[in-house]
Design a protein around this ligand. Structure first.
Ligand SMILES: [Zn+2]
Length: 257
């Protein structure tokens, strides 16, 4: 099987002791590529260093909307310079999170727009983190003419999913689908076109159902494929191949060219 984890924080310290073992296990399982999105400016260097460890790993750089207190105005110029120098596969993870308590809509929107402008300028796709803000996000994608990317851990409505698809976006599904109580999401991902679905773990976060280990890992991608195959008409092989093609078309073209 050809599998990709389109969203995994393998640079986090919790993987420092066994990162190469995890990667070797991934290779055994057919997980050939992993995209590691950036979260805060002070961890971009660590992320880039980790990505140099293996050709399987691909960096994205960005500032996550859940960590507003760690972002500063001058990091936007730094992001621009890092993108020119290090050529990440995407700007991410960026977005709007109006679910967290005491969020400041205005500063989130400002930071998001600045990062969308950088994505547009460098002609890069984006990796989005969005909660309770899908319509605002779609409007800003249109405003900045961003026509490619992933909505990571998508949990919006069917209509919002279709609007993202019209905008050229892929929708990420992870371990949450293994939970039987996630009925709405299981129904949605059983009917969305496979040409717009990508797989992700968001490891070390987002535990799967009946997961003994506290730490999620990219080695869990096959369980997500297996669950999707139970819910959909396609086989595990088909889901693996198409979802990987979806990621490659937008993010990993240079590598395959
Ligand atoms: Zn993430």
């Amino acid at each position: 099987m050809d599998l990709i984890d389109s969203h995994c924080h393998l640079d986090f310290n919790v993987f420092d002791d066994d990162r190469s073992t995890v990667l070797a296990n991934c290779q055994q399982l057919g997980i050939n590529d992993i995209i590691i999105p950036g979260v805060t400016a002070n961890t971009w260097d660590r992320l880039l260093t980790v990505c140099q460890q293996s050709t399987m790993l691909h960096p994205a750089l960005g500032m996550h909307p859940m960590f507003m207190d760690q972002h500063q105005a001058e990091y936007i110029d730094q992001l621009n310079a890092y993108v020119s120098e290090h050529k990440p596969v995407a700007i991410g993870e960026i977005g709007l999170d109006f679910y967290i308590a005491d969020h400041d809509k205005q500063s989130q929107i400002e930071l998001f727009e600045q990062q969308l402008a950088i994505a547009h300028q460098h002609n890069l796709p984006v990796i989005l983190h969005v909660r309770k803000a899908h319509d605002q996000t779609l409007a800003l994608l249109k405003k900045h003419q961003i026509t490619a990317g992933i909505v990571h851990a998508f949990s919006g409505s069917e209509q919002q999913a279709n609007n993202y698809i019209k905008q050229g976006f892929l929708l990420g599904i992870g371990g949450v689908i293994t939970h039987e109580r996630a009925t709405r999401l299981r129904k949605l991902f059983s009917s969305l076109p496979l040409s717009n679905i990508v797989l992700e773990t968001d490891a070390p976060d987002m535990p799967l159902a009946n997961m003994p280990d506290i730490r999620n890992t990219p080695e869990n991608i096959p369980r997500i494929v297996a669950t999707l195959a139970e819910l959909r008409a396609e086989s595990q092989e088909q889901i693996a191949d198409i979802s990987s093609q979806n990621v490659r078309q937008i993010f990993l073209q240079q590598k395959n060219a």
